[in-house]
Design a protein around this ligand. Structure first.
Ligand SMILES: [Zn+2]
Length: 460
């Protein structure tokens, strides 16, 4: 007899499950950021499509611009992009336009465009397909989507879901569009590695062999400083040598693989390998995976695999124990109702940078006369490069941490504005999710550290 999963649950349980799918914690992590990871292939495709014009880029006709501007998302088929716009490089379809050909947008062509602005066909397509269908007005994104730019856009738009300015369904549709369009375009725009780059350039090989010879003793002694210096030198050469090679997009797009890890181990050298359980002793292998591992180095490389298995197995138990302690510690922490303010004069001074600005979203900034301003994606850029004062949980003087010291994030993530917030329960939920998702020790530790940040030191 066949029993559908659905049949096992009551109607109420089904209803509850349906609602849970739109629960903010299902889509956002404890930092309020999108946790539906975008695939590396898509990430690379967006980077390739949004590259700046180069010396060969030409101006496209205003017809093409108007054509793209007048399309809605259902019309952007592959046939339209490849055949009609003549983009992409296929044997059967000769491309006449490049993604980084120049389009000039006039004032009013697009939200956020206030004056004549040079952009590219690829950027216009990406904006039209991803962001234009949103019911909120989203300003034109005129930059290359490398190094986390796509993630930042998604986190920004996600903050509109948490502030209830955008329905969750729309956000999930956006995430689906990002993945669908990115994956489809990946075969058209994302160059894969070929032998030119996989088989390291002869000059760099020569330089590598000289450096190894000069530092033979330090390498044999497992000196990690020396080997990382050598690796950095060689990686600089690689970056310089292949800078105009489209294959470098694979490494520059901000997805995986990484130049200083995957490429280095494959084509330059494996480098330092932990040789004991405490991370105090290292073996160094100057072999790489493309040329193969010498007999004399096999014990070093295989040792790393055993060590990996050890950490995944034995250390998971220790990680679990730490997590239990963390939960016990957090049980007693409660946050007061939405709108509470203990009125403390205690604040923390922080230096907002381009790299850390997202950490302070949803915290309250203290102004010179004590007035509070909520930090959001819309105003945080005004404070980059400045020192500001913020309220923070440990600075709270009430028994339950007040809303102003706690910030807004938990209230939004839990969609709880009427009652106290049980921080301990919230944290247990995150840790339970972790232990059931089979995550590695490393992720558990990372989240454990986050847990302390969340409960004790939320904004720093
Ligand atoms: Zn307080």
């Amino acid at each position: 007899m066949k029993i559908a999963n659905r049949g096992l649950f009551s109607e109420e349980a089904n209803q509850e499950a349906k609602e849970k799918v739109n629960d903010p914690l299902h889509v956002f992590d404890t930092q309020g950021r999108n946790k539906r990871e975008i695939g590396y292939e898509s990430t690379q495709a967006y980077f390739g499509m949004t590259l700046p014009p180069n010396k060969d880029s030409k101006d496209v006709t205003t017809d093409i611009k108007q054509d793209i501007l007048s399309m809605d998302k259902s019309n952007f088929t592959m046939k339209y992009i490849l055949k009609h716009l003549k983009l992409g490089d296929f044997e059967k379809i000769e491309n006449q336009n490049e993604f980084n050909d120049i389009v000039v947008l006039e004032k009013g062509d697009y939200p956020g465009i206030k004056k004549e602005t040079e952009t590219t066909v690829g950027r216009l397509l990406v904006n039209q397909i991803l962001f234009s269908p949103l019911s909120i007005e989203y300003p034109y994104q005129n930059n290359a989507f490398g190094d986390g730019a796509l993630d930042y856009n998604l986190n920004y738009i996600g903050s509109k879901v948490l502030s209830k300015d955008l329905p969750m369904e729309e956000y999930k549709a956006l995430l689906k569009r990002v993945e669908d369009f990115g994956l489809r375009m990946s075969s058209v725009v994302a160059p894969s590695l070929d032998i030119d780059m996989i088989d390291l350039d002869d000059e760099i090989k020569e330089m590598r062999d000289e450096l190894i010879e000069e530092n033979r003793e330090a390498i044999e002694n497992g000196d990690t400083d020396v080997i990382s210096e050598i690796e950095d030198k060689l990686l600089d050469e690689v970056k310089q040598k292949y800078k105009d090679n489209p294959q470098m997009e694979l490494y520059l797009s901000g997805g995986k693989p990484y130049l200083d890890n995957s490429y280095k181990k494959n084509s330059i050298m494996i480098g330092a390998i932990p040789a004991d359980l405490n991370g105090n002793k290292f073996h160094i292998s100057t072999n790489n995976l493309v040329d193969g591992i010498d007999k004399s180095d096999i014990h070093k490389v295989s040792g790393a695999m055993i060590l990996g298995a050890y950490f995944r197995g034995i250390k998971t138990a220790s990680g679990g124990y730490l997590a239990k302690q963390g939960i016990a510690m957090a049980q007693s922490i409660k946050a007061g109702k939405h709108g509470t303010d203990c009125g403390t004069n205690e604040y923390r001074t922080i230096n907002v940078t381009e790299n850390n600005k997202e950490n302070y979203i949803d915290a309250y900034m203290v102004g010179s006369s004590g007035e509070l301003t909520l930090l959001t994606y819309d105003n945080i850029d005004e404070y980059v490069g400045q020192e500001i004062d913020i309220r923070y949980p440990e600075g709270c003087v009430s028994e339950k941490i007040c809303n102003k010291c706690m910030g807004e994030r938990y209230y939004k993530l839990l969609d709880e504005y009427e009652d106290d917030i049980d921080v301990g329960l919230f944290i247990s939920k995150i840790l339970t999710e972790l232990s059931t998702s089979g995550s590695t020790v490393l992720t558990q530790c990372k989240n454990f550290i986050n847990l302390f940040r969340v409960s004790q030191n939320m904004w720093g």
